[in-house]
Design a protein around this ligand. Structure first.
Ligand code: PEP
Length: 268
């Protein structure tokens, strides 16, 4: 099966769920989606660091991919407050999210750090999920495409074609994320995802670049999920608030799965 034949869908639970909440959430989510063949879907949950160990004991890799919300690029050292790739390997997680808009804008992370994290995550055997997106001001100034290209070119510096096999991208416009966000229209998201895909092809060549999954995130909900997944350049959905209730998340997954399959046939 080709990389992009499957649906990529997951959630970042930010700083909301405790250990108990997360255990309940991942086991319920697995039960509710067990009818969907994992060959056809990469389902992932990215909870807080403190919950990962228990979450991993609750669901296996085959049932659900688990990710960390951040990671230090070094294996050990004088990095107070950081979590290393070795520590994450110990837990047995699958992916690491890098450069979420809240990390970039609240914690002042730059493309330089994101780049070191992407390289380290892949070298330690994780899938790296690099998040990119423009702010409202950048959009209004008409420089969204340039911003996306800078974030990709700097964030992916020295990432090789072979490494790109373990790379996913999430397009998350900053103005579309969270309680004050307004969702991007499906047309706008599709257009920007095309910009991202073109840049990935420039970086890794047409074949390897076009195989990198590019997910859309930013106020995805039950209403807009169907129109988003019908768009040619949207390989999956990265959902916050609307996915934190396992029943609702499962409803979205079951709603978009058949649409995704139809779309794959249409654009084949
Ligand atoms: C996010 O924070 O990455 C996100 C997509 O959140 P929401 O869906 O709640 O906008």
């Amino acid at each position: 099966m080709e990389r992009l034949d499957k649906l990529y869908i997951g959630t970042n639970t930010k700083m909301y769920k405790t250990i108990k909440d997360t255990e309940e959430f991942v086991s319920k989510l697995y039960e509710l989606t067990a009818d969907i063949n994992r060959e056809e879907m990469e389902l992932f949950v990215i909870p807080s660091f403190t919950t990962l160990n228990n979450a991993r004991k609750t669901v296996s890799k085959e049932q659900l991919m688990l990710g960390a919300q951040n990671m230090c690029w070094e294996e050990q050292g004088q990095y107070t407050g950081e979590i290393s790739p070795i520590m994450l390997q110990e837990i047995g997680i699958d992916l690491v999210m890098i450069g979420h808009s809240e990390r970039r804008h609240i914690f002042c992370e730059r493309d330089l750090e994101e780049n070191k994290k992407v390289i380290s995550a892949i070298e330690h055997g994780f899938t790296a999920l690099l998040c990119v997106g423009e702010t409202e001001e950048q959009k209004e100034n008409g420089i969204s495409d340039e911003i996306l290209r800078v974030q990709l070119k700097c964030g992916l510096k020295n990432v090789t074609k072979a490494m790109a096999e373990k790379l996913w991208i999430a397009y998350e416009p900053v103005w579309a994320i969270g309680v004050n966000g307004k969702p991007a229209s499906a047309e706008y998201a599709n257009e920007k995802q095309a910009v991202i895909k073109r840049c990935l092809m420039e970086l890794f060549g047409e074949e390897s670049g076009s195989e990198i999954p590019v997910l859309y995130g930013g106020s995805v909900n039950n209403q807009n999920a169907p129109e988003l997944i019908e768009k040619e350049n949207i390989d999956g959905l990265f959902i916050g608030r609307s996915a934190w209730n396992a029943e609702n998340f499962s409803n979205i997954i079951h709603m978009v799965m058949p649409l995704f399959k139809e779309r794959k046939i249409k654009y084949k």
